[in-house]
Design a binder for this molecule. Structure first.
Ligand SMILES: [Zn+2]
Ligand SMILES: [Zn+2]
Length: 325
């Protein structure tokens, strides 16, 4: 079905997924800038940047207090992260899966979350996903963030003041979106290596039909790898705002990209949610390991644009890859 089909048939966006104009050759600077602001940053990029300002200036203890790793401030950081994840994942879940405000309109998979399967803790997909996200995901995210902030608080790295280096800070904030997606491609590829897949990543892939709480529903070992992107700020000095954005983007944005819906409808308007590119990874498994802003799948041949033709090409690629001899 297409993006305009009625509620009761299978949903699929109309157009195949395209490479961002940022990578066009010959270069298309105007189209690239338009893509940067309209696709990468609007609305969710700006939302996470705004959230990082609120989180850092209003919901985080002062940096001076973080010179030593103490359970008090680390616990506050954990509570802040858990609350912000719950606000976004829980809000989307409430709107789309409890109230079911738009029924199945724009829903990629017609099924609702699973109950009764032994695959999931308490035989309940949503509760299982919430458990792994909060108990393991938020904890490991918070520990990485706490260690990073402690390095800055202790003077191991300089803090570039915002008023002196506003451009540097802005570039690094936008850089978070590229660093996060590039890091994701390589760590995700590693997690599809059979021993690691069996030990950790299969837990995330139990969710073929995904929802907002699936985003960071992962095995603790996967969380350790997934949140290791903080390590870049152990060598490259940035303002703590960038550190905060890194955590929020890596920890909370998957709730949006795993919402299971292409758009959220609100007051007659459509707000983009979901990520068809990653949805196809959950559906077909050996394609689309990364994200579109850093298109390594295009470079390494695992790019599936959602069309039947592209799926055939991907199946042929895998057949040759696994063919004996
Ligand atoms: Zn995977
Ligand atoms: Zn996923």
């Amino acid at each position: 079905m297409s993006a305009t089909a009625p509620e009761d048939s299978r949903y699929q966006p109309d157009a195949p997924i395209k490479l961002p104009p940022l990578y066009a050759w010959p270069p298309r600077p105007r189209a690239a800038l338009r893509w940067l602001f309209s696709s990468l940053l609007f609305p969710w990029g700006f939302f996470f940047i705004g959230l990082s300002f609120v989180a850092w200036y209003f919901l985080t203890p002062p940096l001076a207090e973080m010179a030593e790793l103490r359970p008090g401030w680390v616990a506050l950081l954990w509570l802040r992260n858990a609350a912000l994840l719950t606000l976004v994942a829980g809000g989307l879940h409430w709107l789309l899966y409890i109230r079911r405000r738009q029924g199945r309109r724009c829903k990629f998979d017609r099924r609702w979350p699973n109950t009764g399967s032994e695959m999931f803790l308490w035989r309940d997909q949503v509760r299982d996903n919430m458990f792994w996200s909060i108990a393991s995901g938020v904890t490991i995210w918070t520990l990485y963030e706490a260690v990073t902030l402690r390095l800055y608080a202790g003077g191991a790295l300089p803090v570039p003041p915002l008023h002196e280096f506003p451009l540097y800070c802005a570039v690094m904030m936008i850089g978070v979106f590229f660093w996060s997606t590039a890091h994701f491609y390589f760590n995700h590829r590693l997690l599809h290596w059979q021993p690691l897949y069996r030990a950790a990543h299969e837990l995330h892939h139990r969710n073929v039909n995904i929802g907002p709480w699936t985003g960071i529903s992962m095995h603790p070992l996967e969380h350790v790898i997934y949140f290791s992107l903080f390590a870049l700020w152990w060598v490259v000095p940035v303002h703590p705002l960038v550190v905060t954005l890194t955590g929020l983007y890596q920890g909370v944005s998957p709730a949006v990209s795993h919402s299971g819906f292409d758009f959220v409808e609100a007051r007659g308007r459509r707000l983009s949610a979901g990520d068809w590119f990653h949805q196809l990874h959950h559906q077909h498994f050996n394609v689309n390991y990364g994200n579109t802003p850093t298109p390594f799948d295009k470079v390494f041949g695992s790019w599936h644009d959602g069309s039947a033709e592209s799926l055939r090409a991907q199946r042929e690629r895998l057949r040759k890859l696994h063919a004996p001899g």
